[in-house]
Ligand binder design. Structure first.
Ligand SMILES: [Zn+2]
Length: 114
């Protein structure tokens, strides 16, 4: 069975991973300090990753304002639903905003536009 995750959480962990990759790549530049060209390449790559992460964080902010806040029936916490189907941020309970999909098995494909 495929593991699904709340979309906002997923994007957030991606942004966090980008920051780490950026720092690791920039740290890698230290090992090539003999070669200025490699240092510049590594520093630029690291900066691109960190800038990318900032953009992704801004994007999450935008998405969050568009997401619908609901109370999860599974754990009773407030969570955000993005798209037609999404998972609870806390307990991974599948949630849907579309009454026609209620009771159906969770499928990420419902979010794809036809
Ligand atoms: Zn929940």
């Amino acid at each position: 069975m495929k593991k699904y995750q709340n979309k906002i959480n997923k994007i957030r962990s991606f942004a966090l991973a980008l920051i780490f990759i950026g720092f690791v790549v920039m740290y890698g530049a230290i090992f090539f300090r003999e070669n200025p060209i490699l240092v510049i390449i590594f520093m630029t790559l690291g900066l691109i990753c960190i800038f990318g992460s900032v953009i992704v964080y801004g994007w999450i902010g935008l998405l969050s304002t568009r997401a619908v806040q609901v109370v999860c029936p599974g754990c009773g916490k407030h969570t955000k639903v993005l798209g037609r189907v999404d998972m609870c941020m806390y307990c991974n309970e599948p949630l849907t905003l579309d009454p026609t999909l209620e009771g159906k098995e969770f499928d990420q494909a419902y979010n794809k536009k036809k």
